[in-house]
Structures are given as structure tokens and as C-alpha cells.
Design a protein around this ligand. Structure first.
Ligand SMILES: N[C@@H](CCC(=O)N[C@@H](CS)C(=O)NCC(=O)O)C(=O)O
Length: 284
């Protein structure tokens, strides 16, 4: 199991002293997956957390939550999760990545500290948008027909889907976040993050989504980066990556390699829009 560095063994600073200090992330072992968004929040905040993926019996921990035999987990008000990531904090058991992040962000000082009473919903919209276009859709590129089928059974469709994705969808989502960053900076030059002058969990989600998308589509992301139309977005990506706690985490053994998860590298899916020429000619 990876050691928790001493700096991270501190008590979580929460706005509510009645909350327990121990956060428990329950997620599959062996790949970053959606659990990574939760890890990055803890890592950036420097707050201790238990990560079941790093322990013996990690799979059983997940199954204990999602098994169909498991009629309910935790205390009575909790509903059983369908899928990980799952967060346990005291008597609370919650699932759904963006839901977990909404819960954690104020406690980890990763929600906007400004005066906007609706900030958390704006941040949630940004996080969900990144998860839609740069996580769920990227996953669907290698499993366009059905998650329950093997990649080999939908390879042709996956290639077709990937070509469309890098041509239409990837630039659309990157362009959207470029616009968000541009609008922030236009309001105030100090606003270098997605929502204001302070980093929030939405910035971490976008970073992780773009990191994973780059793993699956390295050529397409490089082409967009080199194209220069998303300078703010890629500067934002670099800025998140260089934050001391994030950089230390990424270099640590706690950061797992991408494998057979959401983001997968298949050479035949590593396409750029120009690759479409041949197919378009055939269709004309
Ligand atoms: N929308 C959910 C998706 C959860 C999800 O699909 N989890 C994956 C791992 S990243 C899983 O184990 N799914 C099992 C399944 O869908 O049967 C979230 O964001 O948490």
C-alpha cells in the first residue's frame, strides 16, 4: 500500500467541527478512473483520506457497496450505490463523482470563497460539462455500442466514433472551456481559474479529464494544442499540473497508470480529423 506522506496525515479542516476527520474513498484498484477526481481534491487540499484501492481486498470493498445482495449500506438514510466512486464520511455514504465533489469541496476549501451564494451550482455545471464531454464521451469512443461488450466486438464502430469525436466533439468541449476562461479573465485579470481568482474543484476535474483524454487521443490533443486556438485552456492545464501538491501527487506512486478504464490507448483510435479524408472520399 502506498504510504500517506506525513504532510497529509493532518486532520481535515472542516467548517463543521462535528464532522469526523476520516474520509474514505472506495474505488476499484489498478486504474485512476472516476475515483481520481476525488483523490485530486484531497491531494490538492493536503487532507488525509483513506483510499481503499491502495489496500488488500480493494475489490471486495467495492463489491460490498454495489453488490446486488447489498440491500442497503451504512446507516438507514443512505441509499446503496450502484457504482463507485463511493465516499464514506462518518455515517454518510454517497456516490456519483460530481455529488461527492460538491459535498467535499466546501470542506476542502475547493469551492469558491467569494460572495456568490450559487457558486457551488456553477462549479457543478463546469465539472459535469467536463465529465460529459471529456470523460463519458471519451469512454464511449472505445465502447460506442455497449459497455457490456468487449472492445474487439465494436472496434469498427469505435474507430468511426473516435474520428467523429476528435473532429466535432473534442474541439467543441475544449472551445467551451477556452470561452469560460476568456470570460473570467475579461471580468477581472486576476481570474485565472474557471471560476474566479482561486482554484476550485472544477479546475481539478477539467485537468484530470484533459489528462485522460490526452492519454486516449494524444495526436488529436497535441494537434489542438499546437493549433493555438486554446491557449488559455492549455495554460490552465499546465498551471494545475504545476501546483505543488498536484505535482507531488502525480510524481508519487499513488498516481496510477491508465489501464482498462475510462481512458484507454488503442493505436487505431489515436486519430486526428485529417485522417477522415479517405473515408469522406468514399462516402461522396
Ligand atoms: N455517473 C457515475 C458513473 C459511475 C461509474 O460508471 N463507475 C464505474 C467505474 S468509473 C463503474 O464501476 N461502473 C459499474 C457499472 O456501471 O456497472 C459517476 O460519475 O460516479
Amino acid at each position: 500500500m502506498a504510504e500517506v506522506p506525513a504532510a497529509k496525515r493532518q486532520k481535515a479542516s472542516t467548517p463543521d467541527d462535528s464532522l469526523p476527520a476520516t474520509y474514505k474513498l472506495i474505488y476499484w484498484p489498478g486504474l485512476p478512473g472516476r475515483g481520481e477526481h476525488v483523490r485530486l481534491a484531497f491531494e490538492e487540499a493536503g487532507v488525509a483520506y483513506e483510499d481503499t484501492a491502495m489496500h488488500e481486498g480493494a475489490v471486495q470493498q467495492v463489491l460490498a457497496q454495489i453488490s446486488t445482495d447489498n440491500l442497503a449500506t451504512g446507516s438507514a438514510p443512505n441509499v446503496p450505490p450502484l457504482a463507485p466512486p463511493v465516499l464514506q464520511h462518518g455515517d454518510l455514504t454517497i456516490s456519483q463523482t460530481s455529488n461527492i465533489l460538491m459535498y467535499l469541496a466546501p470542506q476542502l476549501n475547493l469551492a469558491s470563497s467569494g460572495s456568490d451564494p450559487h457558486a457551488i451550482y456553477r462549479l457543478n455545471a463546469l465539472a459535469l460539462t467536463a465529465l460529459d464531454g471529456l470523460s463519458n464521451e471519451v469512454h464511449d469512443c472505445h465502447h460506442p455500442i455497449c459497455t457490456a461488450l468487449y472492445f474487439a466486438d465494436q472496434r469498427t464502430e469505435a474507430i468511426r466514433c473516435s474520428k467523429q469525436y476528435v473532429k466535432e466533439r473534442l474541439p467543441k468541449f475544449l472551445g467551451y472551456f477556452e470561452r469560460v476562461l476568456m470570460a473570467q479573465a475579461a471580468r477581472d485579470a486576476a481570474n485565472k481559474w474557471l471560476y474566479g481568482a482561486e482554484l476550485t474543484y472544477a479546475d481539478l476535474v477539467l485537468f484530470q479529464c484533459l489528462n485522460g483524454t490526452s492519454h486516449q487521443f494524444p495526436r488529436a490533443v497535441k494537434q489542438l494544442r499546437d493549433g493555438g486556438a486554446h491557449e488559455r485552456l492549455f495554460a490552465h492545464y499546465d498551471a494545475v499540473q504545476q501546483r505543488p501538491n498536484i505535482a507531488a501527487y502525480l510524481a508519487s506512486e499513488r498516481r496510477q497508470a491508465y489501464g482498462e478504464g475510462i481512458y484507454r490507448y488503442y493505436k487505431e483510435l489515436d486519430v486526428v480529423p485529417d485522417d477522415d479524408g479517405e473515408e469522406e472520399e468514399k462516402n461522396n
